[in-house]
Ligand binder design. Structure first.
Ligand SMILES: Nc1ncnc2c1ncn2[C@@H]1O[C@H](COP(=O)(O)OP(=O)(O)OP(=O)(O)O)[C@@H](O)[C@H]1O
Ligand SMILES: [Mg+2]
Length: 311
């Protein structure tokens, strides 16, 4: 049994217009996506800006209203009480936000930032709480003396660690990591990815790892879901998604060609490949999208490998 099962998830945001503020249409941010995450697994959700990644993550946490679909966690259908605070589900699933600074209250000391979720769910004495916060700081590689400082006193990478410490405070089973490294310098990115992996092993966590870059998630994820225009255009195991010789959606091929290569000797060949894929994309994209640029339903093309193709 999967830890998380998301079935036919839809999130439509109403567009209001006119002086009456009536609903005149909807932005389909997530349109009928289904997926599963196993215990201990890391699943990548990749796509360009506006494709619906963060909304998918927020829907799992009950932070946006669902327009349709079902969410099953540990075998239990939790769709109805997903937005109830203080439910066991809300302890089990946490999110690390895209924009860390805005998710940390600037007026609160790190001790209070990290202890906040604990205070909401558990009754600990001050000494017990302090012990837990020190332990959490240690897990993310920071010393306990940081607890008395404020968010602005830290670098971006350190703030990200504080966000992680807060997310793991209630011993969750699943963390949605929304672009956790995209705001950081390249040199810090690898470091953050490594400690996220360490934390995962220590706490036996599952991750839903959101990124706009297939390169960033390459070494993190066992399974990938490629999102475009609120829908999945391709899903499959890492070995297949990164295999350039495998069958792919044209959008995935474009994302693959955008992964930078660190080897300077390959740079010219890569540039040529990128130009070729851009040309293909312009010529063949109509085969991969239906009327009104819609994304087709996923079709199985291999073991656990699905691509959105016409019937
Ligand atoms: N609260 C909201 N109200 C109305 N529209 C919204 C809301 N949140 C998101 N949207 C719209 O839904 C779509 C998907 O947004 P979302 O934030 O999920 O994209 P994303 O893939 O996370 O993009 P990015 O990579 O830029 O973070 C966008 O068109 C966005 O404008
Ligand atoms: Mg986003």
């Amino acid at each position: 049994m999967a830890l998380l099962e998301v079935k036919n998830l839809k999130v439509y945001f109403p567009i209001k217009g006119g002086i009456m503020g009536r609903v005149v249409g909807y932005v389909k941010a997530v349109d009928n996506v289904s997926f599963e995450i196993e215990a201990g697994q890391t699943v990548g959700l990749v796509g360009e800006s506006g494709s619906g990644k963060s909304t998918t993550g927020k829907a799992i946490l009950g932070l946006v209203e669902l327009s349709g679909g079902q969410i099953v966690f540990d075998g239990e259908d939790i769709t109805k009480y997903i937005n109830k605070n203080r439910s066991p589900y809300r302890m089990s699933v946490q999110m690390i936000f895209q924009d860390v600074m805005s998710s940390l209250n600037p007026k609160k000391r790190i001790l209070d930032v990290i202890a906040e979720p604990i205070r909401n769910f558990e009754k600990l004495t001050k000494a017990e709480e302090r012990k837990r916060v020190d332990e959490l700081l240690r897990i993310v590689g920071m010393t306990p003396d940081n607890a008395s400082k404020y968010p602005h006193q830290f670098s971006g990478g350190q703030r990200q660690r504080i966000g992680v410490a807060r997310a793991i405070a209630l011993k969750p089973k699943l963390i949605v990591c929304d672009e956790p490294v995209s705001a950081l310098d390249l040199s810090v990115q690898a470091q953050v990815l490594n400690y996220l992996k360490d934390v995962q092993e220590q706490l036996k966590l599952s991750y839903l790892f959101i990124s706009h870059d297939l390169g960033v998630v390459q070494h993190m994820c066992e399974k990938l879901m490629i999102m475009h225009r609120a829908r999945f255009v391709e899903t499959g195991p890492k070995e297949v998604i990164y295999d350039e010789t495998a069958q792919h959606h044209i959008y995935t091929r474009r994302l693959l060609s955008a992964i930078p290569d660190m080897d300077p000797l390959k740079r010219e060949a890569n540039e040529a490949k990128r130009i070729k894929v851009s040309k293909e994309y312009a010529e063949e994209r109509s085969k991969y999208y239906g009327p009104g640029n819609s994304v087709y339903d996923l079709k199985q093309v291999g073991d656990d490998h699905h691509v959105a193709l016409p019937n």
